[in-house]
Design a protein around this ligand. Structure first.
Ligand code: ATP
Ligand code: MG
Length: 331
């Protein structure tokens, strides 16, 4: 019995002079929801496509359920269901026919096909839309149909590349429910990529953070938080030209500041309230007009900041909605 659903070792992928994946090693346990988190161009899709056998690695090892992808690609591929980054439902076919075509492609026997289609539609909460044309579906419904499709041949592992990017909160939550359900009820192992910090945090049992093709952190969401200490984060938001002065004030009260695009942040360590009080006094004494002074519990973004020295947040630097929880290097 193999313990790992997916095992990759020292994976490297070069495109000419660009190294898209640079020595990544991961062991994904059976039954786990595993998130590959990283900004645009981090190497998430490249990693996923190699695991799917769609792309050959420059070097490294890939095992799916213990089967060597490089030696027995067809057998290894057969273990996995796929949801790619681009949505590929056929708009001129009904939901049911989209699934039927896919089922035939996977050579599901005719006597089982209808049962599998019904199962997939139920999972995706699309039973009421079976006869509707996929072209009329919302982005979220298309994504759910896509996910259901990946489950048609009842794989034990499914790989999803940014399943919720661009979806509104409601549809994102529906996809999360679907993934949790297949994970709990069917024991399906899920490897997914995401740019949403919040998504990785809430949905995944473990997270690997990658940037520039390198693995920079690995652990449960809690472990990742502990990595930077459970310390509260102090943040002062202000006009850009004031940030250097604010940074000096942080140092005066014994903090190690990082300057972001429109704020200064630091883990507060012990006595965080006292430190914030002193910061407020010094700001006032120096007549520095800050927009906002706040304390918050560390997020995955703070882990990213601590590890890379650059913020993963978008320029607003706020955590107000899920959009701002997204990595911010353009799309
Ligand atoms: N076929 C290719 N040829 C050349 N370069 C490529 C190719 N595919 C990807 N890259 C480059 O490799 C790097 C990693 O790309 P990848 O698509 O894996 O990133 P990603 O983390 O999936 O990003 P995104 O969040 O934008 O989907 C990028 O710099 C990208 O431009
Ligand atoms: Mg990608």
């Amino acid at each position: 019995m193999v313990d790992y659903a997916i095992e990759i070792g020292n994976l490297v992928k070069r495109f000419g002079s660009l190294t898209a994946v640079n020595g990544v090693g991961l062991k994904i346990k059976k039954g786990e929801i595993f998130g590959l988190l990283g900004p645009n161009g981090a190497g998430k899709s490249t990693t996923i496509n190699i695991i799917l056998g769609l792309l050959a690695p420059t070097s490294g090892k890939i095992y799916v359920n213990g089967i060597d992808m490089l030696k027995e690609p067809e057998k290894a591929k057969g273990q996995i269901g796929i949801v790619t980054q681009e949505t590929v439902v056929e708009p001129e076919l009904t939901a049911e026919d989209n699934l039927r075509i896919f089922g035939r492609l996977y050579q599901i026997p005719n006597n089982e096909l209808q049962k599998d289609i019904d199962f997939a539609l139920r999972l995706a909460d699309l039973e009421g839309f079976r006869k509707a044309y996929a072209g009329t579906f919302s982005g979220g419904m298309k994504r759910r149909l896509e996910t259901a499709k990946a489950l048609m041949h009842t794989p034990q592992i499914i790989l999803l590349d940014e399943p919720t990017t661009g979806l509104d909160v409601q549809n994102r939550t529906k996809i999360w429910e679907l993934l949790r359900r297949i994970n709990k009820e069917q024991g399906v192992t899920i490897l997914m990529t995401t740019q949403y910090l919040e998504e990785a945090d809430q949905l995944c049992d473990r997270i690997a953070i990658i940037d520039h093709g390198k693995l920079i952190a690995l652990g449960t969401p809690t472990e990742l938080r502990q990595k930077i200490g459970m310390s509260t984060i102090v943040e002062v938001t202000a006009d850009r030209d004031l940030l250097a002065k604010i940074s000096q004030i942080f140092k005066k009260v014994g903090l190690e500041p990082k300057v972001l695009s429109n704020s200064v942040v630091a883990p507060a360590g012990t006595k965080s309230v006292e430190k914030v009080e002193r910061i407020l006094k010094l700001l006032s004494a120096s007549r520095i007009n800050a927009h906002n002074v706040s304390m918050h519990e560390p997020t995955i973004d703070d882990v990213f900041l601590k590890l890379t020295g650059s913020s993963a947040r978008d320029d607003t630097g706020q955590y107000k909605d899920s959009r701002s929880m997204m990595f911010g290097r353009g799309r």
